[in-house]
Design a binder for this molecule. Sequence first.
Ligand code: FCB
Length: 467
Amino acid sequence: MSSTEQIQTLSSADLALARVFPKNFVWGAATAAYQIEGATQEDGREPSIWDMFAAIPGKVHQGDNGAIANNHYHLVQEDVELMSQLGLGGYRFSIAWPRVIPQGRGAVNAAGLDFYDRLVDTLLTKGITPFATLYHWDLPLALHQEGGWTNRATAYAYAEYAEIVARRLGDRVAGWMTLNEPWCSAYLGYGIGIHAPGEQDLQQAIDAGHHLLLAHGLALPRLRAISAPNVPVGISLNFTPIYPADERAETLRDAERADLFVNRWFIEPLARGQYPDGLFAALEVEPPPVQAGDLELIGAPIDFLGVNNYTRDVVRGGTMSARANESIKVGPVPGACYTEMGWEIYPQALADLLIRLHREYGMQALYVMENGAAFKDSWDGGDQVHDPRRVAYMQEYIGALASAIEQGAPVRGYFVWSLMDNFEWAEGYAKRFGIVYVDYQTQRRIIKDSGLWYSALLEAWRANTVS
Ligand code: FCB
């Protein structure tokens, strides 16, 4: 389709939307290594905690794992071609630590670094800006055997790893994220065990969370020192804004408490150099083992905050469990729509969140690093996949983003989750988030209607901003 034809498929509301975004805004798509690469036993890569976890019966839907995934490791050229066809301006990917330093520390695997080097160069050749996440959940198994993130030494191993990657790619990437969603690594991985490594101990989650933050803090100055001048360094956090179901005092109190645990646990040490008051008491755990100087490292200013947001939670007082956020949600909310993940579609939450991060936490540069939706897509073997609900989701969320920008939120980019359907962690391949459909039997990629819509929006935005 030509670009003019593409733009013609947009509604007048879409065209108006495209006009809100500034010229240097980065429009992209996001993925993560373990979710797409496959080739888990090739070219010197050693197992990560996700290879281990997925092999435990009952942990991942239908026993799926990332061994093949989207075979992106081998199809990388085609996949970048696809991004280019979509007209993406940016691509957020993650680097697999067990590919680069297979034992977690020590020997560097040249083939691992070469893969990301080629990826970055191919992106740049196509005019696509690379944003790299250094840790998207695939901890080398060898480090897990020494305690993983509950062991402080892992933070130091991470900083070494970050430095090695920066020496190779720091001259070309457009931005670094030290970590993706440390809340999920800590709580889902160590607290309730629905993610790797599958531990179920809230105290371990709190300790792991601190070591993840320390890893970030240790790597931050090194990434800055090694990378080309002005390469921004940030982190991506997941946020689920909490709304009270009613005005009762106990509801307001429980909503505050849920917000403390879900949203403030990580942003406050990063933005203010301290854990939020009352967090550990509310969770009935001991504070993590903070050593002198840790919070100064963790609280050092970041260049941008990556914001991952999909949904909101509604809380009603008196329904919350004593320790954590389990069973805090009221649902279903009458009249609300939900995605296949069971996540409510509530775009206003994204706008509220971005404004809050700017006003309350002083964030001066925000990127939406993940936002998107899983729906049951079906493919009939042809060239099209119709996903009207995902198109509507993106229209509404990008609309909310536009309103946040109009209200002064300093948002610099938007990365849809995800470029293509992929291994959705504990949900295996059952949940499809892509704007591109993947037929896992043949590894064929088919651009969904949402991909075409996004592409047209970007084309319209480009047409407005060239002058
Ligand atoms: C986020 C993860 C990402 C993806 C989406 C749906 O929590 O960062 O890898 O699985 O959820």
